[in-house]
Design a protein around this ligand. Sequence first.
Ligand code: ASP
Length: 438
Amino acid sequence: MGIKVAKFGGSSVADAIQIGKTKKIIEADPDRKYIVVSAPGKRFDGDTKITDLLYLCKTHREHNLPYEQLFQVVCDRYKVTEVNLEVEVNIRKYLDEIRENLEKGTTADYVASRGEYLNAILIAAYLGYDFVDAAGLIQFDAKGRLLPEETDRALKEELKKHERAVIPGFYGSSPDGSVKTFSRGGSDITGALVARAAEADVYENWTDVSGVLVADPRIVEGAKPISTISYKELRELSYMGASVLHEDAIYPARAADIPVNIRNTNRPQDEGTLITAEAGPLEDGQIITGIAGRKNFTVIALYKNMLSDERGFVRRIAGILEDFDISLEHLPTGIDTVSVVISEDSIDGRLDEIVEEFRQQLKPDTIDVIEHMALIATVGYGMSSRPGVSAALFSALAEEGVNIRMIDQGSSEMNIIVGVENDDLERSIKAIYRAFIK
Ligand code: ASP
């Protein structure tokens, strides 16, 4: 028998109906031994997350504003869930204790963490699993940084004592024993830490989408889910704007070489997306894994005769950008040309100064500035050593009448980046999707 760690996000544990679905999922596979839960999330559009309500209670208390009604909404949600799940954990007692601490001026981290704490107590009782508190196990230093090795040791030690357990996500404790939370969405990190400590075969991250999609569904309607993706490909896509699990959130699983499977609680029959260290086998006819794009880049194109013979040119470019505290996004080069691609955000109104600095320090023959560019990354190991992929990509864009302003392909051949006008981003992504996804 193996071990699976399953983390359920806020919408998967938002109320008794959703928790009922998670129970079915958990019971369908005896390997799902350690369960990490978020606080109850939104039940419908316009609903409020428990974590948000708890933060609000704390801010109201801090400013001496009445928070009773807000806290009552929190209490009601847990009490109704307790009744509907038909468990008796005396949730009221816990709620009273939280109210007392709130009154005494306890920390925002403590108050916010109670969302997952109470949910884990309820869900553990409902599943018949042990409740294992994350405080004391997930450890932070005095500056609030996670102590991964200490955490791993403490978790390993504790998990040995429990064959099956539910652990609240999102928080742990500081050296002084007080509760410390991760940043928002941090239950994903707890899940990855538990997966590492349990030496799990897989870290399942259950949410409300059937995995990472090949392209943004707001651009490509009905975009397909990606079945397998490597961490590197995922990183390329998320950097270019695809909204997927944050890399930091799964890092402990990645470091321990544990695959992450993103699954949909509302459609457990879907296999979701499997994120692995190495690229998985390609599906029939699969060439690319995903497409993502971001708007608002500026290209500073430098031309200098005999540039190819000059030494230190790129180092000086890097130095200028460093002085302006700007990170270099891409640097496509030709024989006598270098294009410096940076984000508009980082320029922060200093374009003229930057161009002047380039002019003085690099003495190029010409400098062209192209603003309002979008970058599109087409990512996938399936492209490497396969001739004709870029040709197919460029002709798809040409047929769509899109003017390509820049091309960059790393020698790993894992991605092709093209620069187009901001306004062409959406139709370019659609065209690339049509060309490669059958
Ligand atoms: N409940 C926390 C939040 O809303 C943490 C999490 O759900 O991951 O940010």
